[in-house]
Design a protein around this ligand. Structure first.
Ligand SMILES: *Cc1c(COP(=O)(O)O)cnc(C)c1O
Length: 431
């Protein structure tokens, strides 16, 4: 039976049967699990039996979260990891493993730009940045024989620029490469990239999914549609002991054993098992509780964000408001197709004056919290140029519109009038 998103957000991936009849998912604080018998132990180790043996690879609380997010994103499987950056890093390294190139816009999350620009090259993995991810000619011009993926964020932060996913996925598939999408900003409630052709979706669950600013986490979701045996990805077609059955002389690669699920299996069996960025069962529990209210939180936050964005366009000292939901961005025509329920709770604005005015606004707010995070139930304010985008090279930062007079807001669940009054007094008193 197919159910609505709101129903799956509460029920998918978890069954009270086999869980002590608990309605709220138990926190399985256990590093390891009894394998019961020698026969079952052998099957668990071989990966031919369902179950748990060691929490670095899988844990029942984490498993429920993975199944729930896979369902909500429309994927065949998910692996939860300890942070959004672990999810981004694992997905990109897994696709480009062995020395590939990734085509991507440069207006990504700060740590993702830093990873691709100056850290992944140490592992032989290189980025080809494009100026505009929606310019398909520019993107196509960067795809070469070593390109292994296109990586994009569905909604950029803090500009809220929208990526036109469907033609981008088609272009990627024409060249035999996957489209990997960081869907953190809208969450699966507002956008499900797999429906538009994305092959892999990653999230920082720290943000809107968990929704209360109380747990760092991430997840990789696999659509299960991509053919990893097309010749570009030797890491999936080379036989490996960890997926083979040496005793019985059976050799397997990730692709021969898992087919269209090869990517998400490799994320778990190689990346999670080796690099060990495992989420704690407690954090997985917090994310599950957060998901239960994601639809109502997102709806309310979008409504308030729209009001605040519109108000800021009429506020003295505000010279520009970036919010794709407002109708003043080049991507406005993409809105009905991708975001019928709104683009999310993040917006940003430019003020006149200089950095001292920005500092006075940050210090003057009373309801907004000065926090480098998004998607919290609390409303948050930050100066991206100095904080969240500090590690982004100036050439990319400025091109992304992250100048010293830019302020970013993440709208929470407080009363909209209180938030507007707070911004009004902080801005007025800063000049
Ligand atoms: C926050 C964020 C990340 C990193 O997530 P962490 O949980 O902080 O590691 C990655 N991508 C985007 C778009 C983010 O907003």
């Amino acid at each position: 039976m197919t159910r609505a998103f709101d129903t799956d957000a509460i029920h998918a991936g978890y069954d009270y049967l086999g869980n002590g009849d608990a309605v709220s998912p138990p926190i399985y604080a256990s590093a390891a699990f009894d394998m019961e018998s020698a026969v079952r132990g052998d099957a668990l180790a071989a990966g031919t039996a369902e179950g748990f043996s060691y929490s670095r690879v899988a844990n029942p609380t984490v498993d429920a979260l993975e199944k729930r997010i896979a369902k909500l994103e429309g994927g065949v499987g998910a692996v939860a990891v300890a942070s959004g950056m672990a999810a981004v890093s694992f997905a990109l390294l897994c696709a480009a493993e062995g020395g590939g190139r990734i085509v991507s816009p440069s207006n990504l999350y700060g740590a993702s730009v830093d990873a691709m620009e100056s850290f992944f090259p140490q592992f032989g993995i290189h980025a080809d940045f494009v100026h505009d991810i929606n310019d398909l000619d520019e993107v196509a011009s960067k795809i070469g024989p070593d390109t292994r993926a296109i990586f994009a964020e569905s909604v950029a932060n803090p500009s809220t620029e929208i990526t036109d996913l469907e033609p981008l996925a088609a272009l990627a598939h024409e060249h035999g490469i996957p489209l990997i999408v960081d869907n953190t900003v809208p969450t699966p409630y507002l956008l499900r990239p797999i429906e538009f052709g994305a092959d892999i979706v990653v999230h920082s669950t720290t943000k809107g999914i968990t929704g209360h600013g109380n747990a760092i986490g991430g997840v990789v979701v696999d659509a299960g549609n991509f053919d990893w045996s097309n010749g570009r990805f030797p890491q999936f077609t080379t036989p490996e002991l960890v997926v083979s059955d040496e005793r019985n002389g059976i050799e397997h690669s990730f692709f021969s054993r898992y087919g269209r699920e090869a990517f998400i299996r490799r994320i778990r069996i190689k990346y999670l098992r080796t690099f060990g960025a495992v989420p704690s069962p407690f954090n997985a529990y917090l994310s599950m509780i957060g998901l239960e209210t994601l639809p109502v939180r997102a709806e309310r936050e979008v409504a308030t964000a729209r009001r605040i964005a519109a108000h800021l366009t009429r506020t003295p000292h505000v010279i520009k408001v970036n919010y794709s939901g407002l109708g003043n961005t080049p991507q406005f025509d993409l809105l009905p197709k991708y975001f019928p329920k709104g683009v999310g709770q993040i917006l940003s604005f430019l003020v006149d004056g200089d950095e001292s005015n920005v500092r006075r606004i940050l210090d003057g707010v009373r309801v907004f919290s000065y926090v480098p995070n998004i998607g919290d139930a609390r409303s948050l304010i930050v100066d991206p140029a100095r904080i969240t985008h500090r590690e982004v090279p100036a050439k990319y930062r400025i091109a992304a519109g992250v100048t010293d007079n830019l302020i970013r807001l993440s709208i929470g669940l407080e009363d909209a009038d209180d938030l507007i009054a707070d911004l009004d007094q902080a801005i007025a008193n800063a000049y």
